[in-house]
Design a protein around this ligand. Structure first.
Ligand code: FE
Length: 205
């Protein structure tokens, strides 16, 4: 058939296949032409990685800690509750909140690729997308937790939630003691990105 060709004949296969390589090439070109400032680029990436995204999730957690009605609604229908806060969009369409307790600690992975609740947590960290994390967290979640510096009591079970395009998970970490009466902003500062993936606990006051 005239339009039938093997992959190796495809001119596209001559281009770098790794998107990261293409991005680096583009960045180098734009920087050389003076069209972008690398420091500004770093700033934008840092904003999405560390500020906007996780801050949204942290607000949800802080409110769940301090507002019982919000908490109930969140566990009933997280998608609707977070959408009401304006946290919706790509990769955040179907949200489920899972609560850490003394009895159960929750961790989130995407074993197939890197599904992640972007509107709540921003851009996934590199380790979340790594083969090592995706394979190991299912087999040996406690060892993975130990690598992150977290040791749980033996009576706490660990449940791992596998994300899909249909379902994304937000871990609600346990509220640290000594935070009675704290307002939402103060509580938010104890909620790290990793604590909402389940590879960390909330910070202590
Ligand atoms: Fe995925």
């Amino acid at each position: 058939m005239p339009h039938d060709h093997s992959h190796s004949d495809d001119p596209h296969s001559l281009l770098p296949s790794d998107p990261a390589l293409r991005v680096k090439a583009l960045e180098a070109l734009l920087t050389r032409k003076g069209l972008v400032d690398p420091a500004a680029l770093d700033e934008i990436i840092d904003t999405y990685e560390n500020k906007i995204g996780p801050r949204n999730g942290a607000r949800v957690v802080a409110r769940a800690w301090s507002d019982p009605a919000f908490r109930t609604a969140l566990f009933e229908d997280a998608t609707a509750v977070v959408a009401e806060l304006g946290y919706y969009g790509r990769q955040g369409e179907h949200m489920v909140a899972v609560e850490n307790t003394d009895a159960q600690h929750n961790m989130v992975v995407c074993t197939l690729c890197s599904c992640y609740p972007w509107p709540l947590l921003g851009i996934p960290p590199g380790w979340y997308k790594s083969d090592a994390y995706r394979a190991r967290v299912v087999r040996e979640p406690r060892k993975v937790l130990a690598d992150f510096g977290v040791t749980l009591p033996s009576e706490t079970s660990v449940r791992v939630w596998d994300s899909t395009a249909e379902m994304r998970y937000l871990v609600i970490p346990q509220r640290p003691s000594g935070t009675d009466g704290w307002d939402e902003e103060a509580l938010m500062n104890l909620v790290s990105r990793d604590s909402m993936i389940g590879t960390a606990l909330a910070g202590t006051p």
